[in-house]
Design a protein around this ligand. Structure first.
Ligand SMILES: *Cc1c(COP(=O)(O)O)cnc(C)c1O
Length: 370
């Protein structure tokens, strides 16, 4: 059956912005310039300013953004990077692609974000960086993380792919570590109409290295200083993203209204609701609840036409991709439990309160029946 309440209605966002998106398309088509032009450089300035950072470098996607940061920091074979045990696999893959080893750290059960109290036990002489993920749109608890990093001489790389505009102690993600990676995959809070990503940092040397690596290791055409990659944000996507950036705060605020309504309707129900730490202002990329009755509840919700999803059903360390690696041997019982119990309810800037009520009524009935 078709969804009465879709998990996320991207087309509704495009309809709302169609004049701006059409104008962006027309500008780029008429310019005849598609790679590394004024749309990209302008978007980079605008997004850096939005984050409150010095530099933004547009790249091809979020995975490449993470990978290029590691490469620019010379993190590679023989090095270890601490990653959450319960993230999207891209966080781990970036480390693997750089030739380094991902070392999982378990989350706080309440927030699902990396547990600062478990970080030091995972540090070895080979550890080079901590890569916290601002999972589901809530900033990780960055103050203790950066403190531990400073004490051990480690870099902090934010995976901000789900947290455009979220703040921690009043500072936006992208400015909370040494460098941050963003994804502009269409379903993200700031989404392009295709793939896209960015590196954000206050470190000029790092920014230059990322920029070179993203464009064939070259600053001057046909002069190649390093064995770089081709992973660039293109002009069309940058133009679309400029239109989307102008409404990001408004759309994040609308997500927040949805989240507030879920809290209001679901508090007291037999389901674990998201916990938010005092220092954080999340942007609700996802609204994730926990229940041991997930399979039955999801079946009932699907029958009622409610789009629910699981983020994520298999922890990276349990996936076939990591089966033969040292990371798979690290026990992560909390990641295992979360992967069995989490369920993401519909959320987005175009969900109506009537739709949120439908979700809540269907969920409450499903929980009772299960
Ligand atoms: C989406 C996502 C990425 C990867 O972004 P892509 O643009 O799809 O490569 C990385 N980390 C997290 C946590 C994500 O959600």
């Amino acid at each position: 059956m078709t969804a009465i309440v879709p998990f996320l209605d991207i087309a509704a966002g495009n309809r709302e912005l169609h004049l701006e998106l059409d104008a962006a398309y027309a500008r780029v088509i008429q310019s005849g310039w598609f790679i590394l032009g004024s749309e990209v450089s302008t978007f980079e300035r605008e997004f850096a300013a939005y984050c409150g950072a010095e530099h933004c470098i547009g790249v091809g996607n979020g995975l490449d953004a993470l990978h290029l940061i590691l490469r620019a920091l010379d993190i590679g074979p023989g090095d270890e990077v601490l990653v959450p045990s319960n993230t999207f696999i891209a966080t781990w893959l970036a480390v693997t692609h750089a030739g380094a080893t991902p070392v999982p750290v378990e989350p706080l059960a309440a927030t699902h974000n990396i547990d600062p109290a478990r970080i030091e036990a995972a540090i070895t002489p080979r550890t080079r960086a901590i890569m916290p993920v601002h999972l589901y749109g809530q900033p990780a608890d960055m103050a203790p993380i950066t403190q531990i990093a400073a004490k051990h001489g480690l870099k902090v790389i934010e995976d901000a792919a789900q947290a455009h505009g979220a703040t921690y102690l009043g500072k936006r993600t992208g400015t909370l570590g040494d460098a941050a990676a963003f994804s502009f995959y269409p379903g993200k809070n700031l989404g392009a109409l295709g793939d896209g990503g960015a590196v954000v940092t206050n470190d000029s040397t790092l920014a230059d290295r990322v920029r070179d690596l993203s464009n064939y290791g070259s600053r001057q055409k046909y002069v190649h200083d390093s064995a770089g990659y081709n992973t660039r944000l293109d002009e069309l996507q940058a133009a679309f993203l400029r239109a989307k950036l102008s409404v990001l705060d408004d759309w994040n605020a609308r997500r927040n209204v949805v989240a507030e309504h879920y809290f209001k309707r679901l508090t007291g129900a037999d389901v674990v609701l998201p916990a938010v730490i005092d220092a954080a202002r999340p942007v609700w990329h996802l609204y994730v609840v926990r229940t041991r009755k997930r399979e039955r509840v999801m079946r009932v919700l699907a029958e009622a036409g409610i789009g629910v999803q699981i983020h994520y059903p298999i922890p990276p360390g349990r996936s076939a991709a990591y089966a033969e690696t040292s990371a798979a041997k690290v026990d992560c019982p909390l990641a295992d439990t979360l992967s069995r119990e989490v369920m993401s309810l519909p959320i987005g800037p175009h969900l109506t309160i009537e739709q949120v009520d439908l979700v809540c009524e269907a969920l409450l009935a499903a929980l009772d029946a299960a």
